[in-house]
Design a protein around this ligand. Structure first.
Ligand code: PLP
Length: 384
C-alpha cells in the first residue's frame, strides 16, 4: 500500500489513481518486471525452446553455476534457514559490497536480481509527464516499463562505435525523468566511456536520474561507475549476480546510490522486496563477490571461448560487431536473424534473437569452450 505522501507525489507527476493501485500491487508481490513486459528469464506465454536445446547460448546466462565459495556458503546456510537471519547475513553482504566497491553501506541496497530495481527506477523518475531516454538497441526492460506506465520513451541509436550517444540522448528529451545507460551494453557488449556518463550526469535536468546498468561489467573487467556514487553524484549504479556469478536462478542483485534515492525506490512496498532475501542467495553472493581471482579466471575462460567462435566466424567471412562482454552480434547481412536462429535450432543449438533496429543481426551468448565448439560446428551447416 502506498503512503499518502508517495501517492500525492505520484498524482502530481501525472499518474492516475488507477495506475497507483496497479503499481503498488505489482511491487508488493514482486511482479513488476513481469507486468511491464517479459522478464529476462521468462518466456511470454509461448513455450521456451531453449530448455530443449543441447546448447543454450541465447539468454546471456553463464555457462556454469556459482563460484565454488559461493555454492559452499549457500549450501552451508540451508541448515540454519529456520531463522530469518541466523547471523547478520544482510549486513555481511553490505559490508562485502562496500569493501569491493568503495561505497558506504548506507549507499547500497540488495534486491532479488536487478529487474526489480530497474523497473522501480522507471516508476520513480518517469511518469506520464516525464519520459525515459534509452538507447537502441539496448536491454528493453526500462523501455517496456515506461511504455506500460504511459511515459514518453525516446530510443536513441548508438554511436558508430556502439557506445551510448549521451549528447543525442539528452537532446532527444532535455526534460526526461530517467536516462538509462547499459554498459557493457546488452546486446552489443560495448562500453560507454565513464567520461560520457559523467557528462550526462553534469548536464541532465534537475530532478532527473541517470541509471547505469553494469550487469556485464565483470566480463569486461574495466573500471566501473561506482566511484560516482561515493562522490555524491545523482546516479544509480546497478549490478546483478545473474551473469558472471552464475546465479540467475538465485535472484540476487544490488544498487548503489544516495541513501535518499534508496528510500524513494523502497516506498512502494516499504522495502519488502529488498529486505526479505533468501539466505542461500545472500550467502552465495557475499562469498562470490570477494573471490576476485576466480572472477578473473572466469573472465579469461569466457574470452578464450569467445575468441574461438569469433575466429571461426572470421574464417567464413561473417561480420561480427566489436564486443567486450559475454555476447557478440553476428551480422548475417544476406539472411535474417530469425532464419539463422531456426537453422541453429534444428541442430539443437539455441542462439539469441535480433533487435527490431537490426533484423539481420543475431546476439550470441558466449558459452563454455565445448558449447562454442558446438556453435562453430553448427555454423558450418547453417551457413550454406
Ligand atoms: N540488466 C541487463 C543489462 C540484463 O541483460 C539483465 C538480464 O538479462 C538484467 C538487467 C536483469 O537481470 P536480473 O533480473 O536477472 O538481475
Amino acid at each position: 500500500m502506498l503512503d499518502d505522501e508517495t501517492a500525492d507525489d505520484m498524482l502530481r507527476r501525472g499518474y492516475s489513481r488507477r495506475q497507483l493501485a496497479g503499481i503498488a500491487t505489482v511491487f508488493g508481490i514482486g511482479a513488476v518486471s513481469a507486468m511491464s513486459g517479459r522478464p529476462a528469464w521468462a518466456s511470454a506465454g509461448t513455450p521456451d525452446p531453449a530448455p530443449a536445446a543441447k546448447v543454450r547460448i541465447n539468454a546471456n546466462e553463464c555457462w556454469t553455476g556459482p563460484l565454488t565459495p559461493g555454492a559452499a556458503a549457500a549450501a552451508a546456510i540451508i541448515a540454519s534457514s529456520n531463522r530469518y537471519a541466523p547471523h547478520d547475513e544482510r549486513g555481511e553482504f553490505l559490508r562485502a559490497v562496500a569493501m569491493v566497491e568503495g561505497v558506504p553501506t548506507d549507499h547500497i541496497a540488495p534486491w532479488p536480481g536487478s529487474s526489480d530495481p530497474l523497473c522501480r527506477a522507471v516508476v520513480t523518475f518517469c511518469s506520464p509527464t516525464r519520459g525515459l531516454v534509452t538507447a537502441d538497441p539496448t536491454f528493453e526492460l526500462a523501455g517496456r516499463t515506461a511504455d506500460w506506465l504511459g511515459a514518453p520513451v525516446k530510443r536513441v541509436p548508438l554511436t558508430r562505435d556502439f557506445s551510448h550517444d549521451v549528447r543525442a540522448m539528452l537532446a532527444a528529451d532535455p526534460a526526461a525523468g530517467l536516462y538509462y545507460i547499459c554498459t557493457p551494453n546488452n546486446p552489443t557488449g560495448t562500453i560507454t566511456p565513464l567520461e560520457d556518463i559523467e557528462w550526462l550526469i553534469a548536464n541532465k535536468p534537475p530532478g532527473s536520474m541517470v541509471l547505469v546498468d553494469e550487469a556485464y561489467t565483470h566480463f569486461a573487467g574495466v573500471p566501473t561507475a561506482s566511484y560516482m556514487v561515493s562522490a555524491g553524484k545523482s546516479v544509480i549504479v546497478m549490478r546483478t549476480f545473474s551473469k558472471i556469478f552464475g546465479m540467475a536462478g538465485m535472484r540476487m542483485g544490488y544498487i548503489m546510490t544516495q541513501p535518499e534515492i534508496i528510500a524513494k525506490l523502497m516506498r512502494y512496498d516499504g522495502g519488502m522486496q529488498s529486505g526479505a532475501l533468501p539466505l542461500p542467495s545472500l550467502a552465495c553472493a557475499t562469498a562470490s563477490l570477494t573471490a576476485s581471482d576466480l572472477i578473473a579466471a572466469r573472465r579469461k575462460e569466457m574470452q578464450e571461448a569467445r575468441g574461438l567462435a569469433l575466429d571461426h566466424l572470421k574464417k567464413h567471412g561473417i561480420a561480427v560487431l566489436p564486443t567486450q562482454a559475454n555476447m557478440f552480434m553476428v551480422d548475417w547481412k544476406t539472411k535474417s536473424a530469425k532464419e539463422m536462429q531456426s537453422a541453429f535450432r534444428s541442430q539443437s543449438v539455441e542462439i539469441g534473437r535480433s533487435w527490431p533496429i537490426w533484423p539481420t543481426i543475431s546476439r550470441v551468448t558466449v558459452g563454455s569452450m565445448a558449447e562454442m565448439s558446438a556453435f562453430c560446428a553448427a555454423l558450418d551447416t547453417a551457413w550454406t
